[in-house]
Design a protein around this ligand. Structure first.
Ligand code: F0G
Length: 460
């Protein structure tokens, strides 16, 4: 609303889902039972769940109406046609393959293109993307711009890829060994930071020059478009959807986890132009996901995706979405909490290394913060640091991740400003007790994606 400071939620609430309050004593016990890993907590024991923005959106009345209209036919369902046409219109790609979520599309595309001796290059690969690439025997190289690696440094497009390094790596490895370049928008693991159109164009030109394929990991493409419109000159009067369309037009294909910007609880897709590649991938799709006109999805899911993909580009929604995330970031900064600046699209990222300098990296300052947030206020967040991305050297010493972040991911259309005000109050307590915070030790872990299932021992 023009002339007002308050950005209101642009929706009314028609259905509510109660959340349970708990005492600190109870939370201490729950956390112990979950081995100090919030992924292992039962959601009923969480008050405000900021673990992820993935699959946690509240659907609109229109989407729920669409669910009732879902066509569950095995082949050629009406809901499939609707989803396919919506994606074709948005992305401009010729072949659309539905999958049950993003990582299924990743396994199909990157598993096929990858293999031993191959390299994928990205601004930053998300954890499942990296896992699928490494599982295929390939290596994944992250080359965000330098500013993107420093939480305190301000830059309008911290998600950008270092184009100089991109050209160097392609030249050094040889084009034939590059299985693909992946531009993640917004850059989730790099702090939910946007990628500019200028950067996407430069990346695309380099890829074309060297005959290397460029794929867009587009699960937060609408949020990225918001930043392009408001931060990059020349896009002031371009619509959010047109900005997204321009970005797709620079690429050879895209993968989307629809659980983010398609505003649904489950779904994904792969979109490409290459006919021959499509034939191969469709085969893989049918073997493990489902027939080509549903992938792993039910008709009602596809219906909801088709509707959500349009709703997400509505200007009132996008303004509320980005400004409400910034509201949380701004208030935390005011308290003194070191955050990744500027605030990204779907989440606020806390720099746990700066908040808890007394905790050594091999005692995981991010995990300590995640545990303290739960203990203080029943808030569930996720560590994006050395628990998620750390590796070991041959003496089993930790090779830490480049940053120790904690992500407060905001589910879409789920929490109100008073929920966020509560989160801010919990952080006031975190700030007061920061000098007393202690680290944790890992007592159990798996070789891939260890953060999901790891057990910790705490000094709490
Ligand atoms: N790519 C990005 C950039 C993601 O953020 C995710 C998921 C995926 C791919 C995989 O999609 O979950 O549907 O298989 N991110 C979630 C998160 C899990 O919490 O950020 P998926």
């Amino acid at each position: 609303m023009e002339g007002f400071k308050t950005i209101i939620e642009p929706f009314k609430i028609k259905m509510v889902e109660p959340i349970k309050l708990s005492t600190k004593e109870e939370r201490k016990q729950y956390l112990k039972e979950a081995y100090f890993n919030p992924f292992l907590l039962e959601s009923d024991k969480v008050l405000i769940d900021l673990l992820t923005d993935s699959g946690t959106s509240a659907m609109s009345a229109n989407q729920w109406a669409g669910i009732m209209q879902g066509d569950e036919s095995y082949a050629g369902a009406r809901s499939w046609i609707r989803m396919r046409d919506t994606i074709m219109d948005l992305t401009g790609f010729k072949h659309i393959l539905p999958t049950h979520q993003g990582r299924a599309a990743e396994r199909i595309l990157y598993g096929y293109l990858g293999g031993k001796g191959k390299t994928f290059i990205s601004n930053t690969l998300f954890d499942t993307t990296r896992a699928n690439i490494e599982f295929s025997g390939s290596e994944g190289i992250d080359i965000p711009i330098e500013e993107g690696k420093h939480p305190e440094v301000l830059h309008p497009f911290k998600g950008n890829m270092d184009v100089k390094k991109l050209e160097e790596i392609i030249t050094e490895k040889g084009s034939d060994n590059i299985a693909g370049v992946i531009l993640t928008v917004t850059n989730n693991s790099g702090g939910g930071q946007p990628v500019s159109m200028e950067n996407a164009k430069a990346v695309s030109e380099i890829c074309k020059k060297h005959h290397v394929k460029l794929y867009l990991d587009c699960c937060r493409i609408a949020e990225n478009s918001y930043f392009v419109k408001h931060r990059e000159s020349g896009f002031e009067s371009t619509s959010y959807k047109e900005i997204a369309q321009q970005m797709f037009s620079l690429c050879d294909g895209a993968i989307m986890s629809a659980k983010k910007d398609a505003l649904v609880n489950m779904g994904g897709f792969l979109a490409i132009n290459d006919d021959e590649l499509n034939e191969k991938l469709q085969n893989l799709l049918i073997i493990t996901e489902g027939f080509a006109t549903y992938g792993g999805l039910s008709g009602r899911d596809m219906e909801a995706i088709a509707i959500g993909l349009n709703e997400v580009f509505e200007p009132d929604y996008l303004q509320y979405r980005i400004r409400s995330t910034a509201y949380l970031g701004d208030r935390l900064e005011k308290i003194g909490i070191p955050i990744m600046r500027p605030t990204g699209g779907h989440a606020v990222y806390i720099d746990a290394k700066a908040l808890y300098p007394q905790i050594p990296l091999d005692e995981y300052p991010g995990q300590a913060l995640v545990c303290n947030l739960y203990l203080e206020g029943g808030i569930r967040a996720v560590e994006i640091g050395s628990v998620m991305f750390g590796k070991y050297n041959k003496h089993h010493q930790l090779i830490p991740a480049s940053m120790e972040l904690v992500r407060l991911a905001i589910p879409r259309r789920v929490y109100t400003q008073s929920h966020m005000d509560f989160v801010i109050e919990v952080f006031e307590k975190i700030w007061q007790h920061k000098d007393k915070a202690q680290g944790l030790k890992i007592t159990y872990e798996q070789p891939f994606l260890r953060h999901f299932t790891a057990h910790f021992e705490s000094f709490i």
